[in-house]
Design a protein around this ligand. Structure first.
Ligand SMILES: [Zn+2]
Ligand SMILES: [Zn+2]
Length: 338
């Protein structure tokens, strides 16, 4: 049984692993595909404040159910599933108001608990989302990253009336773009990298802004009948962008934040009040994997082009090196465990 783990910051290792015993409400999943995420890289670098070491990483994974506990309802061996990595208590205030992704006792597979970069993993059955037989497993493994986009746009709201500006055309930006287009919005992406912007256009961006060459506030001033974007999503995680977003958003605009930087930023209270802006933090996803799976099954997203590279799990070190050395070339890198 092979697992990809971070033994201590900086040390990515392949190790033997036996999954924990199957509890009454658990299922055992034979992992087939798993995606490498920016937060896995943070754990490798020791910059994820929630991770303890050693840690088997991986929170974007799909596979086949091999065994079910006696109280695991709705699943049988042979079912194909994607796993929601967010484990919540169901009892605290956040859980009671439907915000299980910010549960007071939150545990994320691959961060707080050992994750899915291994050939077999035991997870609560409630976290396993069944797939239609026709959905390819590599596409299913993209459901978690798309759920991040679905969550931030559910926080801000997004409809065909909106002009959405997304900072950052990396993996997060491309998923936000696709989910916003699915809602019928006009979508603009800003990034410092021309190659990423070219890719964003291929994924359906209505407009791209090369922010190294062009001021974003100036470029978007004429949007939305001269009022500016009604939704601004920071997929880049740069604190200073919040002040810029408050300045350029339209009246009644909504700003969605995905970054996790502890650095403060200067935001004018006046901008927020004058335009009645809403600021929304968005963390992980609030049980949105079933929704994303339906969109994927209906062909309403463009997942295939997101997967730029696939490595055998035994080649995980090469996969991580590629992401670090050629960030412009990769969108999503997958590990194959079968
Ligand atoms: Zn992720
Ligand atoms: Zn809770």
């Amino acid at each position: 049984m092979v697992a990809v783990a971070v033994e201590r910051p900086g040390a990515l290792v392949l190790m033997e692993n036996e999954p924990r015993a199957l509890g009454a409400g658990d299922v055992m999943v034979r992992v087939q595909r798993a995606g490498i995420c920016g937060s896995d890289i943070h754990i490798l670098h020791g910059t994820n404040p929630f991770a303890k070491y050693p840690r088997i990483i991986g929170h974007e994974f799909a596979g086949v159910v091999e065994a079910v506990g006696p109280q695991a309802t709705g699943l049988t061996p042979g079912d194909r599933v994607v796993v929601d990595p967010v484990i919540s208590c169901g009892l605290c205030y956040a859980c009671r108001v439907g915000r299980s992704n910010v549960c007071a006792n939150l545990e994320v597979l691959g961060v707080h608990r050992d994750g899915g970069f291994r050939d077999r993993v035991v997870v609560p059955a409630a976290n396993a989302v069944k797939l239609a037989p026709t959905l390819p497993v590599e596409v299913a493994a993209l459901a978690e990253p798309f759920s991040i986009a679905a969550n931030v746009l559910s926080r801000t709201g997004c409809s065909a009336d909106d002009v959405v500006l997304v900072y950052g055309a990396g993996t997060v930006g491309l998923t936000v773009l696709q989910v916003a287009k699915l809602h019928g919005a006009r979508v603009i992406l800003a990034d410092l990298d021309a190659k990423r912007l070219e890719r964003a256009e291929a994924f359906g961006a209505d407009r791209v802004i090369h922010s190294a060459k062009e001021s974003v506030p100036v470029a978007v001033a004429g949007e939305n009948e001269g009022l500016g974007p009604s939704v601004v999503i920071d997929g880049a995680g740069v604190p200073a962008l919040l002040a810029e977003a408050c300045g350029l958003a339209s009246p009644a605009g909504r700003i969605g934040l995905l970054g996790f930087s502890p650095a403060p930023c200067n935001v004018s209270q006046q901008e927020i009040v004058r335009k009645e802006l809403s600021l929304h933090g968005s963390r992980l996803s609030r049980r949105l994997l079933p929704q994303v799976i339906r969109w994927l099954e209906q062909g309403r997203l463009r997942p295939a082009a997101m997967i730029t590279h696939t490595f055998a799990a035994a080649e995980a070190k090469a996969a991580f090196s590629l992401i670090e050395s050629e960030p412009g070339q990769v969108v999503k890198v997958h590990l194959a465990f079968d």
